[in-house]
Design a binder for this molecule. Structure first.
Ligand SMILES: [Zn+2]
Length: 376
């Protein structure tokens, strides 16, 4: 396995320095071409699924055996070009740069493990990697392909970042992301006050009710992340909108939350205003299943053989592992680069976790391929 520090740093630098924020189509095109060429070099047959407006998904297939092992990763980051930070080796065990842990490091760990595993892959096996470019915006164009392969696979490993503590991901929250748009009647706040209707007043009422959906006991969170609208303090506002999300672990809450969102937005509000709800592409929760827990136990056993105690944690961050798990396959996440500060401009990766997780995931892939029934 190629695990020299210099080589790892060079590869991380190459990936991070091809900025690929969601919707940055030229950036995504360049980065996707690089990943595609790397996957082809490993011997994968790569099919591109074009998704206008968000960038292509790569479907990479190696071998044609019956026992399919599915690997997932995303090529987009949350950083628009102007915010994207270049790669920097901070010396010691830390590196920084936009997407280094989430999840360009994970893509490279996956490839490093594959380079070790593929040359002696048994004829009975097939490895499929689905690498998308819209994960950070809900995987609206790629989730169907993930689900399709998950249904045909016996196990699914996801290379999102390892938790800061060095843990794998046991469960992820699901998210319902949405936009609320309120319209009203614009007018002079002095001379036309009685004939006007404030969209801002209505949105504020809605926002208050949204936050009332928060339920710490059931681990339901609410966040209104963006509010925009209005022109001046002496103008009654006629249009405003908010971008918001609700997160939860229990998939059973999804319907209930959606119902409440509709009820809040559909009931009569400030006279003269109207409210419109648009639900965006979102990830369902990843809840531990009997199969995923067996896969976790196997991963922990493999880690122990390498002298590593491997814990697992729950996180509020959503991800594509949910689609795979919902399709019924044994799925586990967090095999990527350990780090901290994901989604911030101070993102850091812990370099030593690269070799650790490449060795761990290679050994786990071998164990799975040798005995698919262990998690089927
Ligand atoms: Zn990610």
């Amino acid at each position: 396995m190629e695990l020299e520090r210099e080589r790892i740093v060079a590869r991380l630098a190459q990936y991070v320095n091809l900025p690929s924020g969601s919707y940055d189509l030229p950036g995504l095109a360049a980065f996707t071409a690089q990943v595609e060429s790397d996957m082809c070099a490993l011997g994968f047959a790569v099919t591109r699924h074009s998704a206008p407006g968000v960038g292509d998904t790569l479907e990479c297939v190696y071998g044609d055996g019956e026992d399919t092992l599915l690997l997932l990763g995303h090529m987009d980051t949350v950083f628009p070009r102007a915010e994207s930070q270049p790669f920097c080796d901070l010396g010691g065990d830390e590196v920084t740069g936009s997407g280094v842990m989430d999840m360009k490091g994970g893509l490279l760990i996956m490839q490093t493990a594959l380079a070790d595993v593929l040359p002696d892959l048994p004829k009975t096996a097939r490895v499929v990697c689905v690498l998308n470019a819209d994960e950070e915006i809900g995987s609206g164009t790629s989730s169907a392909l993930i689900t399709e392969w998950a249904k045909k696979s016996f196990a699914c490993l996801v290379f999102e970042p390892m938790r800061e503590s060095g843990a794998l991901v046991r469960q992820r929250k699901g998210v319902i992301s949405f936009r609320v748009r309120c319209t009203g009647i614009r007018g002079h706040a002095g001379s036309a006050y009685l004939r006007s209707a404030s969209a801002i007043q209505q949105l504020c009422a809605v926002v208050g009710e949204l936050y009332a959906l928060r339920d710490d006991a059931r681990q339901i969170s609410v966040n209104v992340g963006v509010i925009s609208g209005g022109t001046a303090e002496n103008v009654v506002c006629d249009e405003t909108s908010a971008l918001a999300e609700v997160r939860f672990f229990n998939p059973a809450y999804g319907e209930e939350i959606l119902g409440k969102l509709h009820a809040i937005c559909e009931k009569p509000g400030v006279p003269g205003t109207a409210t419109e709800l648009t639900v965006n592409a979102s990830h369902p929760p990843f809840m531990a299943t009997e199969k995923s827990l067996r896969l976790l136990a196997l991963a922990q056993e493999v880690a122990r053989e390498q002298g590593i105690e491997l814990p697992a944690e729950d996180t509020g961050g959503a991800g594509d592992v949910s689609f795979a798990s919902l399709a019924g396959v044994a799925a586990l996440d967090g095999f990527g680069l350990r780090g901290f500060g994901a989604h911030t401009t101070k993102e850091r990766g812990v370099l030593s976790s690269f070799a650790q997780n490449a060795k761990l995931s290679a050994a786990l892939m071998r164990a799975l391929i040798d005995n698919p029934d262990a998690v089927r």
